[in-house]
Design a protein around this ligand. Structure first.
Ligand code: NDP
Length: 258
């Protein structure tokens, strides 16, 4: 499909994982894309519809430069995907102020800075779409993740409030809530999928998700198919946040290792 033909997107955290999958899907849908990251660009991404800019999302000056580079290269900006994020697992007793600030800085302040930088360009294009990457952990809590949950709940609330302000200015703001997507973030020791997925028996989907699953949701929200989606939170989590199982009652999955 070519649902993004004519559109220009800027994607953060795009050198790997979900961000890289979003870039690939947007290109496949006909968009032109400015991929950005603190990491170098992956070697196989070029061509006349894609470019790369270094962007640390915590740096307002780098944001201004990346948006300017996008408009210079492609003439417009229609979609911002605030995808970059970090996670740190730690018991609350071991969570120090510096770690808390770092996580809020990248995940929440980075999203805010991106919106500030992109909104004038989106308005120059006649409107557009902002997609903020929250998390399943932005909908319900998780152990070892007090700081991360706070940041992702923050992204979710920020998205809704901004959606109200920007709707009348023809900019749609929505959030995606992935859960259990097989990337370096979720699987830093690179456990093989068939072993990794054993832990997912508790998910209705009975497996981990692919970055492409999230990219499909982002492509939808970026497209005109989502013209009436404003302040929407779109879960891509294999059913994790659909509810919880009563394990002793019919309909619950079986623990394969029990
Ligand atoms: P990855 O860690 O695989 O990729 C994230 C990318 O963002 C990396 O290239 C990373 O670089 C980059 N990044 C980190 N800090 C910054 C920064 N300050 N400025 C710009 N780029 C930065 O993560 P995922 O692809 O798994 O996650 C993408 C998003 O999806 C994140 O917001 C994450 O919180 C969210 N998410 C992921 C889930 C999952 O299961 N994977 C579930 C729920 C949400 P570096 O390696 O240098 O840090």
């Amino acid at each position: 499909m070519n649902r993004l033909e004519g559109k220009v997107a800027l994607v953060t955290g795009a050198s790997r994982g979900i961000g890289a999958a979003i870039v690939a899907r947007f290109l496949a849908e006909g968009a032109r894309v400015m991929a950005t990251d603190v990491l170098p660009a992956p070697p196989d991404r070029d061509g006349d519809r894609a470019d790369f800019a270094t962007l640390d999302v915590t740096d307002a000056a780098q944001w201004a430069a990346a948006v300017a580079a996008t408009e210079q290269r492609f003439g417009r900006l229609d979609c911002l995907v605030n995808n970059a994020g970090i996670i740190r697992f730690s018991r609350f007793d071991d969570l120090d102020e510096a770690m808390m600030r770092q996580i809020i800085d990248v995940n929440l302040i980075g999203t805010m800075l991106g919106c500030h930088a992109a909104i004038p360009a989106l308005e120059r294009a006649g409107g557009g779409s902002i997609i903020n990457m929250s998390s399943a952990d932005g909908i319900s809590g998780a152990n070892s993740l007090t700081a991360y949950c706070a940041s992702k709940f923050g992204v979710r609330g920020f998205t809704k409030a901004l959606a109200l302000e920007l709707g009348p200015r023809r900019i749609r703001v929505n959030s995606i809530h992935p859960g259990g997507i097989l990337t370096e973030m979720a699987n830093p020791t690179n456990i093989p999928r068939h072993l990794y997925d054993r832990g997912y028996w508790i998910y209705p989907a009975q497996r981990s998700g692919d970055p492409a699953d999230v990219a499909a949701a982002a492509a939808y929200l970026a497209s005109d198919d989502a013209a009436y989606c404003i302040g929407t939170e779109l879960s891509v989590d294999g059913g994790l946040n659909a509810g919880h199982y009563y394990m002793t009652m019919p309909g619950a999955p079986r623990n394969p290792t029990a």
